[in-house]
Design a protein around this ligand. Structure first.
Ligand SMILES: N[C@@H](CCC(=O)N[C@@H](CS)C(=O)NCC(=O)O)C(=O)O
Length: 219
């Protein structure tokens, strides 16, 4: 069995779980609940496998510890020859470029939420810049929604699904589907895939504190 440092709420873990399902390896991965956080003292059980103490981190049957989600997803894909990372230049660049864009957006959404919990209040100038970058990223994805929808399913679309899921989880009031309708249509189709349906967005059973989500992201 492989071991995955896991949490039900992590969008990057969700990415790995969707890839695990697409590659047929989901039953060969044991998920171990591994709490992490920007201001949380690193857990020895995680840091021994990943000095950055982030999840997802995958430990293979041979004891090889892999991180981050991009490396893990590429490993699972190559191991099985599934083709989520195409080998030809143009399709590969399209997929890993979408991955970079959507991962970057998810990074912002995660760190932004942490910023909102700061005792002295969020750093407004930084929040304003994040807000503009998320808006620009969403517009880019909307502009490319046709290409995303017509290109064979791969790591790019999977990463976009996880970024959009983070918006649904933490910024439901942003109503992104109304502002980016072509992307919303593509996402609705992707959601019917068994791999995506098997790993829906989850709050891990914890309520979303309303005061963290109000009024901070407008499209
Ligand atoms: N680039 C990383 C990002 C992973 C990441 O930020 N994970 C979050 C949880 S969703 C985390 O571990 N945060 C704790 C920290 O940054 O210390 C990846 O693709 O796996």
């Amino acid at each position: 069995m492989m071991k995955l440092h896991w949490s039900p709420r992590s969008p990057f873990v969700r990415k790995v779980m969707i890839v695990a399902h697409e590659t047929g390896l989901q039953d060969e991965i044991e998920c171990v609940r591994s709490p992490v956080g920007l201001s949380r003292t690193p857990d020895p059980a995680i840091i021994v496998d990943n000095p950055l103490c982030k999840i997802p981190t995958l430990v293979t049957e041979d004891g090889l510890a892999l991180f981050d989600s991009r490396v893990i997803c590429e490993y699972l894909d190559l191991r099985t020859g599934t083709g989520l990372f195409p080998s030809e230049l143009a399709p590969r660049m399209a997929q890993i470029r979408w991955q970079a864009l959507a991962d970057g957006m998810t990074d912002i959404l995660l760190i932004w939420r942490t910023e909102l919990t700061r005792e002295t209040g969020p750093w407004q100038a930084v929040v304003d810049v994040w807000s503009e970058k998320v808006r620009a990223s969403m517009q880019k994805l909307e502009d490319e929604a046709g290409a995303l929808a017509s290109t064979p399913f791969g790591i790019g679309q999977i990463t976009v699904i996880c970024a959009l899921g983070q918006l649904d989880l933490r910024w439901p009031e942003s109503d992104w589907r109304r502002h980016f309708p072509m992307l919303a249509e593509a996402e609705a189709n992707w959601k019917t895939r068994p791999s995506v349906a098997a790993y829906p967005v989850s709050d891990g059973g914890e309520a979303n504190p309303g005061d963290l989500t109000k009024g901070h992201l407008r499209f």
